[in-house]
Design a binder for this molecule. Structure first.
Ligand code: HEM
Length: 414
């Protein structure tokens, strides 16, 4: 199937030769990351809800209907924590550590509503120009390196920088802080729970605390000042709320979009006919982006079972983790015609890449803007490119899936 990293050898790991993903899945295993669509297709046939004893017990539904039912059921499933780790979050914290994504009703709606104006289509449209400028700067640097005969990596040299720069711009913090953002996110998303011994001053929380204190002394026209001036029932937001929401925007806004841009370029590098069509018909790019979001959806979220409940033919018990693989839902043949084919002119496409239910992505306008501009600018500069080595493409592990290494040859594939 075309949505799998080609050439990845999942049989080389002895542990995986014996692993049954139905009873012992591990979404942090590189073999899972490399072949996830095939694993979901298999599980959908024979489970369809997989289980693991790891992480203290976790479930993995694979059908669109089950993922949707769980995402819409806030009575039995809590968002207190949305990243599976060996540790359970503190159930007594009412807002969660990163509102609104970790908040349950009724507080969720309050926390979400106050952020909406910052991510409306109008508010996001002003970011188009700086995003285009960032993309062109990155492409200029790639052009120079290409001319010097250096290898080019579309994920490392391009995709990973775009959302970091946009978020830094949005928060009003220096562009140079971008590399630190990626380190923070890597620790949280790809190595959850493994950095508990870190010096507190090296953590994301300390970094955010410092920038918030700076902004308390002097407001600017940025999102941190917007949050510091926001109120709930005429009371300013507590520091926990402001810092938690900023943490969420870093976590939710960076590697998600980086993955989606990388996956779009992965597809175009490996499908010359689609690439040539988009170069000839750039007006099709927004439709193609929706299809890339469906076929290569990067985000799997999690819930904690709040009350025992039956899903399919399994009983989930209070305290269990449940992964919500929106990417698996998007590839379910019961939900989409030709689900395993990437059709860049697909018009009926109510995909779940941005989630389902009350937590549906608040940054989707911004994500679409970044993706569209990133692909437009890349194709305008490099209409011809292909994978340098399909086996060298490396996909991230954990709950956000996208190419982290994507070596390409520019000017090839004519
Ligand atoms: C292609 C890029 C992106 C994808 C695929 C994506 C996907 C998602 C998904 C699946 C959810 C639902 C979470 C859940 O059900 O627990 C979500 C929520 C959220 N996303 Fe995104 N996201 C992207 C980009 C962004 C960006 C750029 C931002 C903002 C800077 C953002 C901000 C948020 C926020 C604030 C929420 C929480 C909404 C709530 O709890 O009510 N996302 N996103």
């Amino acid at each position: 199937m075309s949505v799998v990293a080609p050439g990845t050898d999942t049989d080389s790991d002895t542990e995986n030769e014996t692993r049954d993903w139905a009873t012992d899945f591990d979404h942090t295993d590189p073999a899972y990351a490399a072949a996830a669509p095939e694993i979901w297709a298999d599980l959908r046939q024979r489970c369809p809800v997989a289980h693991t004893e790891e992480f203290g017990g976790a479930w993995l539904p694979t059908r669109h209907a089950d993922v949707s039912a769980i995402a819409h059921d806030t009575e039995h499933f809590s968002s207190r924590s949305i990243i599976v780790s060996p540790f359970r979050p503190d159930a007594s914290a009412p807002i969660g550590y990163a509102p609104p994504i970790t908040s349950d009703p009724p507080f969720h709606e309050i926390a979400r509503r106050l952020l909406l104006p910052a991510f409306s289509p109008k508010a996001v449209a002003v970011l188009a120009e700086p995003t285009r400028v960032f993309c062109r700067e990155l492409l200029d640097a790639i052009d120079t390196r290409h001319a010097a005969g250096e290898p080019i990596d579309a994920a490392i040299d391009y995709a990973q920088h775009i959302p970091v720069r946009v978020i830094a711009h949005l928060l009003g913090v220096p562009q140079e802080d971008g590399d630190r953002f990626r380190t923070f996110i890597h620790r949280i998303m790809e190595r959850p729970g493994q950095f508990s011994n870190l010096d507190p001053e090296e953590t994301m929380w300390f970094y955010l605390f410092q920038v918030v204190e700076e902004r308390r002394r002097e407001r600017r026209d940025d999102l941190i000042s917007f949050l510091l001036d926001a109120e709930i029932d005429s009371v300013p937001l507590g520091s926990d709320h402001v810092i938690g929401t900023l943490a969420l925007l870093l976590i939710a806004g960076i590697d998600t979009t980086w993955s989606a841009i990388g996956a779009s370029l992965f597809h175009l590098a490996s499908h010359p006919e689609d690439r040539r069509r988009l170069v000839a018909e750039p007006e099709l790019i927004p439709t193609a982006i929706e299809e890339f979001l469906r076929a290569y959806a990067p985000v799997t979220m999690a819930r904690i079972v709040a009350k025992d409940v039956e899903i399919g033919d399994v009983t989930m018990t209070e305290g269990d983790w449940v992964l919500l693989p929106f990417p698996a839902a998007n590839l379910d043949p019961d939900a989409f015609e030709d689900a395993d084919r990437v059709l860049i002119d697909r018009t009926k496409n109510r995909h779940a890449a941005f989630g389902l239910g009350i937590h549906r992505c608040l940054g989707s306008n911004l994500a679409r803007l970044e993706l569209t501009i990133a692909v437009q600018e890349w194709l305008a500069r490099f209409g011809e490119f292909e994978l340098a080595d399909p086996a060298a493409v490396r996909w991230s592990t954990g709950q956000v899936r996208g190419p982290r290494e994507l070596p390409v040859v520019i000017g090839a594939g004519r």
